[in-house]
Design a protein around this ligand. Sequence first.
Ligand SMILES: *Cc1c(COP(=O)(O)O)cnc(C)c1O
Length: 391
Amino acid sequence: MKKQDSTNAIRIRAEKTQYNEHTTPMYLTSSFTFDNVEDMRSAFAGETDINIYSRFVNPNYSELIDKMCALEGTEAGFATATGMAAVHASIVSIVGNGDHIVACRSVFGSTHTMLTNILPRFGITYTYVNVNATEAEWEAAIQENTKMIFLETPTNPGVGIVDLEMIGRIGKKHKVLTNVDNCFATPFVQKPTDFGIDIITHSATKYIDGQGRVMGGVILGPVDYIEEVYTYCRSTGPAISPFNAWTLSKSLETLEVRMDKHCKNALKLATALESHPEILNVKYPFLLSHPQYDIAQNQMKNGGGIVTFEVKGGIERGREFLNNISLCSLSANLGDTRTIVTHPASTTHSKLTDEERTEVGITPGLIRVSAGLESIIDILNDIEKALEASK
Ligand SMILES: *Cc1c(COP(=O)(O)O)cnc(C)c1O
């Protein structure tokens, strides 16, 4: 019988050594040895999957990838040093000069810079589609030379939701690969492959590590696609370190229980803040007031760990609010055990014009909260005190 996700996240492991260790050791080695010249020849010829060199293969990477494939329901994968290395390689491994990408406008800041400033230098063009676009609008963006549809859901930082079933259908109809950055949800909240999505990318730095320690990324998809990713990465070198891969594989063992509490805390926070007099509106996928509530219900197990709200008083009030936070952290990360509060308009998205910010749903007083694993009583107390003090 096929094992359950909870079990796979814990029990899938690299082969034991002669010492019968219970936990997989860290393979901190840059290269591996061969018994003879024939073993070496066949490994280099790709006829065997013997470990060669840690720029592209290592038992710690393989364990992390095997677990992620089981959780996301994909055939194969590749692990990278950061989430951005994963997003980059997931695109440029198969998209080249003269090709086109359709992407959701609400994407992570560095992904936006890559699509709009870096890839065009290599002849790769893009068309943005709004997060709440209709099926017809998504289809209208597809051109003859479109190779990929790329999106995040929920989006960062606006927690917008894109209908994965619709995207999967469009991808199949137009024979375009679909690539979803599943960083905000993780496979314990949402499995894009259930809706016909081809490629999953992750910043493992966020919930997968979950404790603000190491960086990493993962690209997952069909075997023939991952072969292209492997070829690209083997020769360009964005590999993860064995230490980080080991840490992330250990982290996967607790991802399910962590996600459950992140999401419980986020829902409690969202519900409590919805009626707060200093808050204009709260956005959380599992609140009835979320514009894509029905889609979220259909494709997510729960609402995820991120809540956003609009504080009265715009940019200045947003800054004051953060200055009065004492328990929660002011940090660029998310998905940590510790609750993190950010004000995108004055920090991560300060370089955008007001108009550009509005287009991606970042209003002047928008606050993003990554609900941590502390007691919700203390998190709420901290946020309510800061709202009061910043009046
Ligand atoms: C953080 C993040 C990334 C980039 O990941 P890094 O590990 O920081 O390189 C990509 N996508 C989303 C949605 C993110 O939140």
